[in-house]
Design a protein around this ligand. Structure first.
Ligand code: UD2
Ligand code: MN
Length: 424
């Protein structure tokens, strides 16, 4: 979360704005001779606009989607390079087409190379799903939803114990996994919680959220990613670890990344993954149920498995409090995706009151990191993730992954993840 709204995202986006938005259109007069005859800067913008539509067409083909990050980077770099180094103009339409084709094929080749060499490969899940194939799908609108719920996060006796929570949900399978026993869940959802030393929060969370998620008829599991090293907290890297470790176990379609201190107050806000990444924690009591700022992406978010891979996950470089969510916001914009939000009438949350831990001090580097979200995107994330799992505890109410994140905070050589995605 941004602590002040003074970051001008516009600055970061300005290059993209040049080729993505149709402002340029006014310069684009077609292939008329006068247009090519003299260089006034606009020609290059037009070229890049045309290039980008070729390139976008290419990456929109399904198998090439994963290349988009690299493509964007290349388009922008080429554009800037062209603007800076060339100033003599192009003599005619023929030369224009030639330059365009050359750059297009260069971009597409680079992207293809990226797909084959440098993408993040998903681990093969142990299990695909839990229900028999011939079951009927659950209903589009789960019938047991209640709407507004009573949530009290200040109980004198504190939250229930883990064992009481488990007793309340007898159908929970090991590791806090649950799926409806009467219909085929529409969504397989991994809930990933970045965590260190917040047991009371976790118990409140589990005490309320299991019941809610069950009424939503999800095939879900709660993964608590517990940072056990003593370096400063790294929320975003924990989310990447949660993603990879969860994918090793089961074929999740959808990920909900969830602060441990937020509890949903209305079960009609469904924890599913729609067609675009979603910011879910829209209305929080602490902020008077108002969105803090339009570009906020902290708290709770959801992304499909494919979207998360396409974005290269979160950055691994945000140690300490703040900025990691804004960096993801930038990634989503750069990848030409939109951010959805559920309506504030149902996306209502209570937040447990807390201070900031001394191990999670505001990260002074967050502003400078946010200036180069784009250039880091293709090499800082899932494909550079390194960590050591110390233990995986499958408790009745949740899976706790103890992880050592290391401490250098710098992306090392590209990970050759041994766990290749099954090709079938
Ligand atoms: C805001 C964002 C949060 C994140 C953070 C900046 C909202 C509602 N929340 O939260 O998503 O972007 O700013 O990094 O916009 N945690 C632990 N142990 C720790 C420290 C953190 O478990 O010692 C986890 C826990 O899940 C917590 C989350 O990290 O909810 C975010 O940390 P926070 O709650 O201290 O930060 P906050 O409330 O400012
Ligand atoms: Mn918090």
């Amino acid at each position: 979360m941004k602590d002040s709204a003074n970051l001008t995202i516009g600055k970061i986006f300005y290059v993209l704005v040049f080729f993505q938005f149709p402002l340029l259109y006014i310069f684009h007069k077609g292939h008329t001779i006068p247009f090519y005859a003299s260089y006034d800067g606009n020609y290059y913008k037009t070229l890049v606009k045309e290039l980008s539509s070729d390139v976008w067409e290419f990456i929109n083909e399904d198998q090439n989607k994963l290349a988009s990050i690299q493509v964007i980077k290349q388009v922008v770099q080429t554009f800037v390079m062209q603007l800076q180094s060339k100033n003599e103009g192009i003599k005619d339409a023929e030369e224009y087409e030639l330059v365009k084709d050359t750059i297009s094929s260069y971009l597409i080749d680079t992207a293809l190379e990226d797909v084959t060499n440098n993408i993040f490969h998903l681990p093969k899940p142990e299990k695909t799903h839990d229900y028999p194939e011939n079951w009927q799908s659950c209903l589009e609108t789960p019938p047991k939803l209640r709407g507004q719920l009573e949530v009290d996060l200040n109980q004198t006796a504190g939250p229930k114990s883990f064992s009481e929570i488990a007793t309340d949900s007898p159908a929970l399978k090991s590791g806090g996994h649950w799926s409806p026993a009467y219909c085929k869940a529409k969504n397989r959802v991994a809930i990933v919680i970045p965590y260190r030393n917040r047991e009371i929060h976790l118990r409140y969370f589990l005490m309320y959220m299991h019941k809610t998620l069950q009424r939503q008829e999800l095939d879900y599991q709660i993964f608590v990613v517990n940072q056990v090293d003593d370096n400063s907290f790294n929320r975003a890297k924990l989310l990447n670890v949660g993603f990879v470790e969860a994918m090793k176990q089961y074929d999740w379609q959808c990920f909900v990344f969830h602060d441990v201190d937020l509890v949903l107050e209305n079960d009609k806000c469904l924890y599913r993954c729609p067609e675009m990444p979603r910011h879910i924690s829209v209305a929080i009591d602490k902020f008077k149920y108002k969105l803090l700022y339009a570009a906020i992406f902290g708290g709770i978010t959801s992304m499909t498995t494919d979207q998360y891979i396409q974005l290269n996950g979160y950055s691994n470089l945000f140690w300490g409090w703040g900025g990691e969510d804004d960096d993801m916001f930038n990634r989503i914009r750069f990848a030409n995706m939109k951010i959805l939000r559920p309506p504030p009438t149902t996306a209502r949350f209570k937040m447990i009151k807390h201070d900031h831990e001394s191990s999670n001090k505001p990260n002074p580097k967050r502003f400078s990191l946010l200036k180069n979200s784009l250039s880091r995107m293709s090499e800082d994330g899932l494909n550079s993730l390194e960590y050591t799992v110390k233990a995986i505890h499958k408790f009745p109410t949740h899976t706790m992954i103890d992880v050592d994140l290391g401490n250098d905070g710098r992306p090392k050589a590209k990970v050759t993840l041994q766990q290749l995605r099954p090709q079938t």
